[in-house]
Design a protein around this ligand. Structure first.
Ligand SMILES: [Zn+2]
Ligand SMILES: [Zn+2]
Length: 243
């Protein structure tokens, strides 16, 4: 089945995410926008994925558990998981690799934790946006026990991307799918990236505000209505463009 997707959206648990980016609002907006599948991908945490899945079910929306990991090299990697348990197990691992730096809500923004009714139940104390101790060279193989998929995020952006920070993607990083922004210059990216050439890519909003969540525009092709089906489809490139 063909599904309209947006798999890179920040909630109010990301300090840079707008206060209105509650899991309930995101699910509602994604539904209104005509999306079939969406993901909350907060910085270095999957904490809102479970409540987002509950909200998504109320809106006939499919939720994919996700995280935007920040590597040791300060490169953002979109991590997608087939299920909540795997995402939460990986979250627990990432926490052991996250430098213990306190958030300064007045400076970076609050990191709000919400329950399944969108009520604030706490704040994350540790700053989530910092680089972890996980290297870009190990993230693809790290995903294997979790059956997850690591995708270098917004590779054509000039900050926190593999091309901006390292200048290149090499095959030993193990990436088989990339994320390109909507304005990405495909021929230029293709010309400069032999390691990703011919491989599928996804395009997501990276929304930090409700209004930035994509309308029904980008599609993928799945065999069934499940987060596992979506991750498998992206891994295989089903219905996706190729670089
Ligand atoms: Zn990012
Ligand atoms: Zn992001």
């Amino acid at each position: 089945m063909k599904l309209f997707y947006d798999l890179h959206i920040h909630s109010c648990l990301s300090p840079c995410g707008d206060r209105e980016m509650t899991p309930g609002n995101i699910a509602g907006m994604a539904h209104l926008a005509g999306l079939n599948v969406a993901a909350i991908s907060d910085h270095n945490t999957t904490r809102h994925c479970r409540v987002f899945s509950a909200w998504a079910a109320r809106y006939d929306l499919l939720a994919v558990p996700a995280m935007e990991l920040n590597t040791r090299e300060e490169v953002h990697i979109l991590c997608l998981f087939p299920g909540l348990e795997a995402a939460e197990d990986f979250d627990a691992y990432v926490r052991t690799k996250l430098p213990d730096i306190k958030n300064r809500p007045d400076f970076f923004g609050p990191q709000l934790i919400l329950d399944d009714q969108d009520r604030v139940i706490g704040q994350e104390d540790r700053l989530l946006t910092v680089g972890t101790e996980i290297s870009i060279y190990e993230i693809s193989s790290l995903m294997k026990p979790y059956e997850g998929l690591a995708i270098p995020a917004h590779i054509d952006r000039d900050s926190n991307s593999v091309l901006a920070n390292l200048g290149f993607v090499t095959t030993d990083m193990g990436f088989t799918v990339s994320e390109i922004t909507r304005r990405g210059d495909l021929p230029a990216i293709r010309a400069e990236n032999a390691a990703l050439r011919g491989k599928p890519y996804v395009t997501n909003s990276d929304a930090h505000y409700l209004g930035d969540i994509f309308d029904a525009e980008f599609t993928l092709e799945t065999e069934d209505w499940s987060s596992r089906g979506v991750v498998d489809a992206i891994r295989k490139g089903n219905g996706l463009g190729r670089l």
